[in-house]
Design a protein around this ligand. Structure first.
Ligand code: ADP
Ligand code: MG
Length: 258
């Protein structure tokens, strides 16, 4: 089966007026259709850089990113990118915010609005269409951002620490909701998170990165019983704590606590 995403020997150098720094070096991995992978690693190890390259917003200095076997050369409709900040426009209503993807792609169709309204309902946001972002809680705004990302029906979801600003309870609820939604719709996902338990609870596979420069240090496959469980219950599955300890040891060695 041809991978949905393939990174081949990716290298990236950021150049500023003072210096050129090697941000990521020799990163290769593939993501199969329908697979959920997480990237974990210390701050500055290149997680956001890698997502931006998969999204076609940043060109690697060397190597290439393939989407369904073809090189990525710019933003692509098959890819939805949800940033850490919810970045909703304060002057737009919830409905107007969630319709943005269609407007940007100039593909507003008769059923676009119905689709968005259905997604809002699925995410427990029924009745918020005409409200403004400031009238919603942080957890609700993140769900709106997710609806906006899903609205145009991308095959691949790139999620950059989508839950990090939320309180613990809201975060657990959202993990379940997002995992359910993505599985139901058969999406492929790449999640960046600094929460290891979250990565184990939602992923099929976890890649641990090193920094200076960013490299893949190790890869862990999440055992089937943990994958099958909803994220909330995944934490209670046999093998969860062992896997947590193994990955934690890798993270410590990669400098997460420095
Ligand atoms: P992460 O998301 O894992 O925290 P990033 O991908 O944001 O890491 O950054 C990787 C490295 O590249 C860091 O050392 C960071 O300081 C550097 N970097 C990121 N963006 C820029 C930029 N626009 N200009 C210069 N350096 C950058
Ligand atoms: Mg980042």
């Amino acid at each position: 089966m041809i991978p949905l995403v393939e990174l081949q020997n990716i290298k990236h150098v950021y150049v500023t007026d003072k210096e050129a720094s090697l941000a990521v070096d020799n990163v290769s991995f593939t993501v199969a259709p329908g697979e959920f992978i997480s990237l974990v690693g210390p701050s500055g190890c290149g997680k956001t850089t890698l997502l931006s390259m998969i999204a076609g917003l940043l060109q690697p200095a060397a190597g290439q990113v393939l989407l369904q076997g073809k090189p990525v050369s710019g933003p692509d409709r098959r890819v939805g990118y949800m940033l850490q900040q919810d970045y909703l426009f304060p002057w737009r209503t919830i409905l107007e915010n969630t319709m943005l993807g269609f407007e940007l792609a100039r593909t507003v169709k008769a059923d676009s609005k119905a689709r968005v309204i259905q997604l809002l309902e699925d995410m427990g946001l029924k009745g918020t269409e005409n409200l403004y972002p400031s009238q919603l809680s942080g957890g609700m705004r993140q769900r709106v951002a997710l609806v906006r990302t899903l609205a145009t029906n991308p095959e691949l979801l790139l999620l950059d620490e989508p839950f990090s600003a939320l309180d613990y309870q809201t975060k657990l609820q959202l993990e379940d909701l997002i995992a359910d939604t993505l599985h139901t719709h058969g999406k492929t996902s790449v999640l960046v998170t600094h929460d290891l338990a979250e990565a184990i609870a939602v992923s099929d596979r976890i890649l641990v990165l090193d920094r200076n420069p960013g490299r893949i240090r190790s890869s862990f496959t999440v055992p089937e019983p943990i994958r099958q469980a909803q994220p909330f219950y995944a934490r209670e599955q046999q093998g969860f704590n062992e896997l947590f300890r193994d990955i934690w040891a890798e993270l410590e060695a990669s400098g997460v606590k420095e």
